[in-house]
Every structure is written in C-alpha cells, then in structure tokens.
Design a protein around this ligand. Structure first.
Ligand code: NAD
Length: 333
C-alpha cells in the first residue's frame, strides 16, 4: 500500500485528477490518496497558495501527484511550482515526449526524454541593473549541480532500458559555465560504458530535433536550454494535452502534467486527461510498479489509436471521464 499526496489543483485539475484516479484504481496497485490543497483553491480556503499542511504531507509521503495550479494575477504571488521545487530541492525535471499513433503530429517514432537541471543556471535569479542602461544576470553552474543531473540522466537511461544520452550545451561560447557542465558530463559518462554518449551544441540540437527527432533518446542539459527544448519536444509530438512531467529530488518526487489549469474549460468535463494519466504512469515507474505502468500506457495508446473515445483535442467528442473509462475497459481486455 502506497500513501501518496494528491493535489487536484485548480481549473481543469479536479476533472483530470478524477479521471486519473479511476485509471489507477484499475491497475490493482493499492494507493491511499492524501488529498491536499494548493494554488488558487488553497488561497480561497486557507488564505495561502501553499499551505504548510500540504508541504508536510509531501515531506511525509515523499511522492505526490499534482494537477495544474492557477497562478493568481497580480504582484506578490510566487509561483507555487517554483516554491515546491525549492522547498524539496527537486533538481531534476523530467519531460518525456513520444508520438502516439492517432495524435496529429508531423513526426513518427519519436520517443525522447528531456532531463532538465532545475536549480541552477540563469534561474538562480542573480540579476541586477548596472546603472540605468544596462543589466546583468549571473549564470551559475556548479560541479555538484552538473554531476547530480548528469548522473540522474544516466541512471534513468539504465533503469528505463534506453540506449543513448546526449548532453546539450553551448560550451564553445560559455567556456567556463557550459564548459564545466560538458566536462562533468564526459567524466560521468565514462562510468556508463553500456550507454552511448554524445554532445550537441544547443542551436544545432534544435535543428536536429526538428529534422530528425527519432535519432535522439535521453537529453540532459542546464536549466534554460531545458526549459526551451522541452517545449520544443512537446510540440514535436502533439502538444500540451499529451505532455507529462516530473520534478524529482534525492528522495522526494512530484509528478504533474506540463499544461496549466485551462480555466476556460473548467467544470466542462471536456479536456484530455492523457497528460495527467501519463504523469501517473511515470509515478508508477518511479515506485517500481513497472507492470502496472506499462498496462496503463498501452491501454491509453490503444484508445488513442482507435480514436473512438477520445476528447475534442484528439478529434473526438468523448468527455474526460469517458476517455478514462475507455482506458480502464481496455486494461481489462
Ligand atoms: P494552459 O495550459 O492552462 O492552457 C492553454 C490551452 O491549452 C487551453 O486553453 C487549452 O486549449 C489547451 N489545453 C491545456 N490543457 C489541455 C488538456 N488537458 N486537454 C486539452 N486541451 C488542453 O495554459 P494557460 O492558459 O497559459 O494557463 C492557465 C493557468 O495555468 C495560468 O494561471 C497559469 O499560470 C497556470 N499554469 C500552471 C501550470 C502548472 O501548474 N504546472 C503550468 C502552466 C500554466
């Protein structure tokens, strides 16, 4: 029995969460959900975006599944997602991107994973004005930060049976910072002779991904390149409704779809639950429940391939819950 913190979130969050719970219940993996608030819902009910009670639950259970949160407009609100990342030192952002037959995309046979460093680089937020007409931002790369993310990428590749790790950088220009990242990557790679290793300069990487994404497997990179390339990869395979994600630290992990709370669709039971379900699949794999994870992923792929019970963004008319029920049905076949 796993006890897992569940944050349904805002907007469409509760609907895709209900759909995902239904699918997970059909795997037979016993999960006790501890439902907690965050985001706009928490602000309304408890007066804060990220209540201590929610943090305590994640700290205790060590694994959380999270729906999207609305960031209230106006000054003074920190992003809850950034706050969670900082609180639990979730240094690895994992974003798989794979093509599903039946999802409109320009490509076939794409199956790659972006591993983005989550805590350093230009996101360290060290910037200031230099007089009135210039500004400076400081890029931080540490040996420790680079080593743990590159090692994470290789360990992930080994665990998931992947064949290649590509490190993405701009070490030809940023010889100190990206140079250090690349040097550390080369060093760590030597410990994994069974995994092919290569490096790509980030601009070339973008072109290669657009031209022949099927050649790539696990990509590891500093924070800013990861931010941009992970969105590029989501675009390669059919966009937001299909993009799962995870933020992982040394002993705590939070799984969540990449998309936001899509407020205009809230309460309509209409949006695609796939990104949230695929985030739960990543969670099952993280927990070591590989068989259950593969069963869900296969059933989801089959439902999408058939195209009969899918949501509007996949060209269908099914509701969120109907699509989840079709996946459950397929799992029983
Ligand atoms: P969004 O991802 O919520 O929605 C953009 C559009 O994408 C939607 O209007 C819809 O057309 C489509 N879409 C998104 N999810 C879908 C799904 N599951 N199925 C089908 N279509 C889907 O982005 P936004 O409108 O820029 O942001 C809305 C709110 O979400 C904002 O408050 C933003 O801060 C927040 N947000 C939260 C997260 C998070 O919690 N991880 C991520 C991004 C945005």
């Amino acid at each position: 029995m796993y006890r897992i913190t569940l944050i349904p979130g805002d907007g469409i969050g509760p609907e895709i969460t209900a759909a995902t719970k239904k699918v997970l219940a059909a795997t037979g993996v016993e999960i006790e959900w501890e439902e907690k608030l965050a985001g706009e819902t928490a602000l309304k009910e408890c007066g804060e975006l990220l209540p201590e009670d929610t943090l305590a639950s994640i700290r205790k259970n060590k694994v959380a599944l999270k729906g999207p949160l609305t960031t209230p407009v106006g000054t003074g609100f920190r992003s809850v997602n950034v706050a969670l990342r900082k609180e639990f030192d979730l240094f690895a952002n994992l974003r798989p991107a794979r093509t599903f037959e039946g999802v409109k995309s320009r490509y076939e046979n794409v199956d790659l994973v972006v591993v983005r460093e989550n805590t350093e680089d230009l996101y360290a937020g060290i910037e200031h004005m230099v007089g009135e007409d210039a500004a400076e931002s400081i890029k931080i790369i540490t040996r420790r930060g680079a080593e743990r993310i590159v090692r994470f990428a290789f360990e992930y590749a080994v665990r998931e049976g992947r064949r290649k790790v590509t490190v993405v950088h701009k070490a030809n220009i940023m010889k100190c910072t990206d140079g250090l990242f690349l040097a550390v990557a080369r060093q760590v790679a030597q410990e994994y002779p069974q995994i092919e290793f290569e490096d790509r300069i980030v601009d070339n990487m973008c072109m290669q991904l657009v031209q022949k994404p099927e050649l790539y497997d696990v990509l590891v990179m500093p924070n800013l390149y990861g931010d941009i390339i992970s969105d590029l990869c989501a675009g390669l395979v059919g966009g937001l409704g299909m993009a799962p994600g995870a933020n992982i630290g040394t002993d705590i992990a939070i799984f969540e779809p990449v998309h936001g709370s899509a407020p205009k669709y809230a309460g309509q039971n209409k949006v695609n639950p796939s990104a949230m379900i695929l985030s739960a699949v990543m969670m099952l794999k993280y927990l070591g429940e590989r068989e259950a994870a593969e069963k869900v992923e296969k059933a989801l792929a089959e439902v999408i391939r058939e195209g009969r019970v899918v949501t509007y963004d996949l060209g269908g008319t099914a509701s969120t819950l109907e699509m989840a029920e079709a996946i459950v049905h397929k799992m029983r076949d």
